[in-house]
Design a protein around this ligand. Sequence first.
Ligand code: TTP
Ligand code: MG
Length: 404
Amino acid sequence: MKNKTIIHVDMDAFYASVEIRDNPNLKGKPVIIGALPDQRGVVATASYEARKYGVHSAMNIKEAYRLCPKGIYLHPNMKKYKAVSNHMHRIWLDYTDVAEFLALDEAYLDVTGSLKLFGSAEKIGREIKRRIAEELNLTCSVGIGYSMASAKFASEEDKPDGFFIVRDRKHYVSLIYNRNVSVIPFVGRKTAQKLNEAGYWKVKDILKAPEKIEKMFGSVRGRAIVEMASGIDHREITPYYKREEKSIGHEETFQEDTSDFDILANYLILFSAKLAEKIKAKHLFCQTVTVKVKYSNMKQITRSCSIESTASSAAIRKTALELLDAVPQKPVRLIGLTLSGFSRTKISQVTFGQDSSRSEKEEELDDTVFALKQRFGAELLKTGSELNASLEINREMNRKEHHE
Ligand code: TTP
Ligand code: MG
């Protein structure tokens, strides 16, 4: 096994902690996020105070209320948690690119290649905790290990606000030796039940009879369980940028077909802004822009163009509009824009256009999109006439401003 150093970070009672942070009256109280007690729903998470009553994730809200009637019940605010999660991602990415993000509040960081730069995994772990406390006013638990399994075990070991290091494989096995078999990754509820029924309750029971386990679960799965119980974990972290979708797009079908290519251009302007925002949130840059047009006779064409990697809405918009210029002008029923060819860093090339200096017209377009968003929120406009009307309003507003 190659020597690796992995950090697993997991936020403490994530949704609940964000709500408590933003409303100090909730501090020290049992807070349950999911639904209100008289509504249908399940518990997403509960503060550690609420957990004392036995409330936990995935529990029916009625059951939670029975256990903890004094609890404060709140709906989740996913938009807010996503924004906080994005900030966490940015912090984590300062220490390695080999980062795998799970759910909103969890990450595996392979810091093997970062140790020289930062000194040690312990320093990185402490720094991450400090920054999450200072920049976000939240706590997390950090686990350090030589594998994904040992790092995850370590982050759970000292929760909440934890910090725990598994030194090596020997240390890990000594820690899990007397634990229930369910501590092993790959051993879910059903597998644990099957193991228990056959008399294997603890990790040490598995280690004492590896052949029997392989027989019970077959050579591939059985061996994987035995290896995990022995602290052998070959899994590699899949960096976030390799797990990303291959493309991100948006399209609209019109209620009525349109031959007005100015309207289509306006849609592409809005799509460019929307998609640029999306890829920025994922810390990605795109290299390919594709415009799709479906005509009223259902015939569809796509036009693609490769560009210097970018996350700028101006660059995406410029390419999209050039592509639109090149398609035959006939009545259209659908317009779409797709970004692909993602990378995690901006691959800069020396260019000899004025690509990097934004033209006045581009600035003006940015203002238009901004004004549209101010007026309509991030929502896209459903019809061409609505869009045109809003562009007109915007022009009018600009004119007034100039006169004032
Ligand atoms: P977890 O990290 O599993 O839980 P947690 O952060 O609330 O608590 P801790 O890690 O301290 O034990 O999940 C992260 C968030 O994901 C959690 O705050 C809410 C959400 N979630 C659900 O919506 N449903 C679920 O069943 C689980 C487990 C989590
Ligand atoms: Mg968590």
